[in-house]
Design a protein around this ligand. Structure first.
Ligand code: AMP
Length: 212
């Protein structure tokens, strides 16, 4: 099983990827996480990347493509691509790469979230530094610690209202066309994103079984 998980910013791709990884023993490849690790390393490349991400723009396709191939080569497991492809050019690169590596995409799952929910979701998102859990807090009374492991919670640098708004515009311009790219592939399915994470997960598992 090799899955592309699509959805606008804040749709719940990270949360659902973690659940899928656990249930099906998949390799989770999140391009956003890879980029954030590069930023955290303090490298020159990381500084360039931070400038792009924190303004809500996309990192150039070539940079993403070269990062990704090693990750795919290094695993025998099925893969969840989280946050990739984000452009039609990236979707083509993924097709070529999978073919070259003798693998095949099996599912493209779109988590469909109504626009009105997006900015609130992004601005209330926190992640745990220790266990990586993603949660949504009451903005008027935000939590400081993770309810799962007590680790310190942080807000992603790109989860500001201004950046979130721009990311949504970029999503419409560059990423939604990827949906059309996959629409008639026989692999494309949609689930409703405005449900509890458990309900969304249940729906994803159902559609994964439908497309074989
Ligand atoms: P995410 O963690 O998926 O929300 O990604 C956070 C940010 O990383 C995005 O807003 C982009 O700036 C950048 N990013 C992640 N994945 C990609 C990608 N496939 N192509 C270009 N930029 C990306």
């Amino acid at each position: 099983m090799n899955i592309v998980l699509m959805g606008c910013p804040g749709a719940g791709k990270g949360t659902q990827s973690a659940k899928l990884q656990q249930k099906f023993d998949l390799q989770h490849i999140s391009t956003g996480e890879v980029l954030r690790k590069e930023i955290a390393s303090g490298s020159e490349l990381g500084k360039q990347i931070a400038g792009i991400i924190n303004n809500g723009n996309l990192v150039p396709d070539e940079m993403i493509a070269s990062m990704l191939e090693n990750k795919v080569k290094n695993t025998e497991k099925g893969i969840i691509f989280d946050g990739f492809p984000r452009t039609v050019a990236q979707a083509r690169v993924l097709d070529e790469m999978m073919k070259r590596l003798g693998r095949d995409l099996t599912h493209v799952v779109m988590i469909d979230l109504p626009e009105g929910e997006v900015i609130n979701r992004i601005c209330s998102r926190r992640q745990c530094k220790k266990c990586g859990a993603i949660l949504h807090v009451d903005i008027k009374a935000p939590l400081a610690n993770c309810p799962v492991c007590e680790g310190e919670l942080y807000t992603r640098a790109d989860d500001t209202p201004q950046s979130a708004k721009h990311r949504l515009e970029v999503y419409h311009r560059d990423t939604l066309p990827v949906k059309n790219y996959y629409l008639n592939s026989g692999k494309y399915v949609e689930v409703k994103g405005d449900q509890t994470p458990e309900q969304v997960f249940e729906d994803i598992v159902k559609v994964l079984e439908k497309v074989k």
